[in-house]
Write a protein that binds this ligand. Structure first.
Ligand SMILES: N=c1c2ncn([C@@H]3O[C@H](COP(=O)(O)OP(=O)(O)OP(=O)(O)O)[C@@H](O)[C@H]3O)c2ncn1[C@@H]1O[C@H](COP(=O)(O)O)[C@@H](O)[C@H]1O
Length: 107
């Protein structure tokens, strides 16, 4: 166990967003605005998908880390605290994903 959490990453992103864009990738992404940052998240997600479908375990771990980091940057730009996402996930624990999907189909 690394002991490192998404909350730690959120704090780092929050802090580094204030740095100069010359010395921080985070600050550069934030300064570039949401369309660019979201596009980067999409690219990293596609790289993770490719690693998954090719059973490239090591690369999937690497790309998943890229996805989580870039998602944290996108959430930061959107001013959505990680806590809001965790609250939504917690709400979903009340129901199975399959049941939730079926309830949407019936509505
Ligand atoms: N976790 C990350 C993190 N993950 C990925 N990246 C950067 O995201 C960029 C991804 O860009 P690219 O896809 O072009 O890079 P790549 O994947 O190597 O390139 P390809 O081969 O895929 O084209 C790289 O520059 C990575 O270094 C990250 N940059 C920062 N962090 C965290 O943010 C902290 C602060 O970083 P700075 O903001 O740069 O100070 C770091 O200490 C880390 O904790």
């Amino acid at each position: 166990m690394s002991g490192f959490s998404l909350s730690d990453l959120e704090r780092i992103v929050e802090e580094r967003a204030k740095a100069s864009a010359d010395e921080s990738w985070t600050a550069k992404l934030v300064a570039g605005g949401q369309p660019k940052a979201a596009k980067k998240l999409g690219e990293e997600a596609i790289e993770a998908v490719m690693a998954a479908v090719t059973n490239d375990r090591d690369n999937l771990i690497y790309e998943a880390a890229d996805v989580l980091y870039h998602l944290m940057v996108v959430l930061k730009i959107a001013e959505i605290p990680l806590e809001n996402v965790m609250t939504e996930l917690a709400r979903r624990t009340a129901q199975s994903g399959l049941k939730e999907k079926a309830s949407r189909r019936n509505s």
